[in-house]
Design a protein around this ligand. Structure first.
Ligand code: FES
Length: 372
């Protein structure tokens, strides 16, 4: 046997139609079997390094398990239209029930140019007045609008920020965006959760980009409004923050601070009380993104346990001078905090990061089990 041919495993380990991962020295390879035919390609995906050998076969292509890029099972070429985006291929043969793969690749890796997504630009605050972004996560049927207590208070906060404080304002009603659910790339691997979000990069119809653009590149103050649903934030809030995990994950993976000098504050309304728990979740999440909070970072309103007269509750909020003034004051506290932070950081060139985990993924990986 030539030294160039490496025994990587038993042929019986690869079922017909399956893709399996083997190692060739320090190189991962993806071995595929189709009847008596075999294929071996490099196991590291061109995108962000996903493990092709843990993928699956779709026709003639191995599908990366992370974000579904495809490479020909024998040649390593990208799928039609992307042939030049290829991973190396290796000669393979079966001998006495063993899989032999030639160490040197038969064809090289190739990369098509992929222009960076616009969101990938460095986040730098543009000069100008304080910018306040309102994120309403209440849900309703789009062509059957209804009164929302949380959105009403948010609109008052934004109106006041523009009228009384000279701010630029923007309101995103999350329900009006076509946004795909987070697909849990992070659950496959922290590195599979990318910035910009892989869904945003793959699917131009997905409109989460508007939230990313507003939160990362535009806003100084982020006001988030949610209803309470069975003691928790509304489902659209949860959907939104799941897609925002990629912002926090940049801190974990790369110590990359996408949010600097940003203030977050919250408006929570509901039919029954659980305000502290809901706000606790929101404070934790936006704190993990790197946001600061003004004194008294939320306002809330809820009906009691035995009150089921929600039609009256709507009238109470709609007519409440105190709640509307409270919303305006919340915006003012957020704007004041943002002004202080922006002025204090002028000329400052360093930012001490860390986040909750306080250390990088690499540092965590170096700690032996039991010594954490
Ligand atoms: S598709 Fe393979 S790493 Fe993203």
């Amino acid at each position: 046997m030539s030294n160039d041919w490496i025994d990587v495993g038993a042929a019986s380990e690869v079922a017909d139609g399956a893709v399996r991962e083997f190692t060739l020295g320090h190189t991962r390879i993806a071995v595929t079997r189709r009847g008596d035919a075999w294929g071996a390609i490099n196991g590291q995906c061109n995108h962000v390094g996903g493990p092709l050998g843990q993928g699956r076969l779709d026709g003639d292509y191995v599908v990366c398990p992370w974000h579904y890029w495809k490479f020909h099972w024998q040649t390593g070429a990208g799928e039609p239209g992307y042939e030049a985006d290829r991973v190396p291929s290796h000669h393979i043969r079966i001998e006495a029930g063993r899989i032999l793969v030639q160490r040197a690749a038969a064809t090289p890796r190739g990369h098509l140019p992929h222009p960076p997504h616009p969101l990938a630009r460095p986040p730098e605050r543009a000069a100008g007045s304080i910018r306040v972004l309102g994120l309403s996560t209440t849900s309703m049927t789009l062509d059957q609008p209804r009164y929302s207590t949380s959105e009403d208070l948010l609109e008052h906060a934004l109106d006041s920020a523009a009228r009384d404080l000279g701010c630029e304002t923007r309101l995103i009603r999350f329900r009006e965006l076509r946004v795909r659910e987070c697909e849990g790339f992070y659950s496959k691997s922290a590195r599979a959760c990318t910035w910009p979000c892989s869904i945003t990069q793959m699917d131009s119809r997905d409109q989460m980009e508007q939230v990313y653009e507003g939160v990362v590149h535009w806003a100084d103050v982020i006001l988030v409004a949610t209803p309470i649903r069975w003691g928790a934030p509304g489902s659209l809030y949860s959907k939104m923050v799941e897609r925002m995990n990629c912002i926090q994950n940049q801190e974990t993976l790369h110590q990359k601070h996408l949010l600097k000098n940003k203030v977050a504050a919250f408006i929570v309304t509901g039919g029954q009380d659980n305000v502290q728990a809901v706000v606790g979740q929101m404070l934790t999440f936006f704190g993990e993104l790197g946001c600061q909070f003004p004194q008294f970072p939320f306002i809330a309103h809820s009906r009691g346990w035995s009150a089921e007269d929600m039609e009256r509750n709507q009238a109470v909020v709609r007519d409440s001078k105190g709640l509307h003034e409270g919303a305006q004051a919340l915006a003012a506290r957020g704007v004041q905090m943002a002004r202080m932070m922006i002025e204090a950081s002028e000329g400052a060139s360093t930012f001490v990061g860390g986040g909750r985990k306080a250390q990088s993924e690499e540092a965590v990986a170096r700690v032996p089990p039991g010594n954490a």
